[in-house]
Design a protein around this ligand. Structure first.
Ligand code: AMP
Length: 182
């Protein structure tokens, strides 16, 4: 663990699928990363190194690949997780946030009792593109009185500038692999 953890070249492991799920999108597939125990350990250790001094009380995962990353991080940080889900899947009282996607809008949802006031929340997802999803997640966490400790992404699509938007808003952002252009 820690400094002795094996280096893993995520860039080489991530798979690329042109024109999925539609024409013009180069889909970055994280599943080959999830298959490997050494890659999961590497991810958890990298983010732990960045955020071990931050106030992380919970890890929030964004549906659905973010859940897997959040769980790996929660175990490493010794914390629990909260699920940020697509609308309509969580019971009880919730907060919702709509945000722009390529065509139209999407809605994310979070249970009202998921976060205690003042808790530091590390938000995890597989990939940041335009940042719409991540910003919606941060807004809901703040609405419930949480504090965003930072963002943990495996992949940053730098030409879409979502990570830069978050940094400009003053958030801590770490991404492990950056892809620019198509
Ligand atoms: P955005 O809100 O634009 O930052 O989009 C981020 C969300 O969309 C993440 O949950 C990603 O899983 C997904 N996503 C967007 N673009 C891609 C892509 N090229 N490959 C894989 N997933 C993507």
């Amino acid at each position: 663990m820690g400094a002795k953890a094996k280096q893993v070249n995520l860039r080489e492991i991530i798979a690329n699928y042109p024109d999925f799920p539609k024409q013009g999108i180069l889909f970055r597939d994280i599943n080959p990363v999830f298959k490997r125990n050494d890659a999961l350990n590497y991810i958890a250790n990298e983010f732990y190194r960045t955020y071990s001094k931050a106030k992380v009380d919970m890890v929030a995962g964004i549906e659905s690949r973010g859940f897997i990353i959040a769980t790996a991080l929660a175990l490493r940080f010794g914390r629990g997780i909260v699920m940020i889900r697509k609308a309509g899947k969580l019971p009880g009282r919730t907060v919702k946030k709509s945000y722009d996607i390529e065509y139209g809008t999407a809605i994310m949802e979070l249970q009202q009792d998921a976060i205690d006031k003042g808790n530091g929340i590390l938000i995890a997802d597989d990939l940041i593109a335009t940042g719409g999803t991540a910003i919606a997640a941060a807004q809901m966490i703040k609405e419930l009185g949480g504090k965003v400790a930072g963002f943990a992404f495996i992949i940053e699509l730098s030409d879409l500038k979502g990570a830069d938007r978050l940094r400009e808003m003053g958030y801590n952002v770490e991404s492990l692999v950056t892809f620019d252009g198509k």
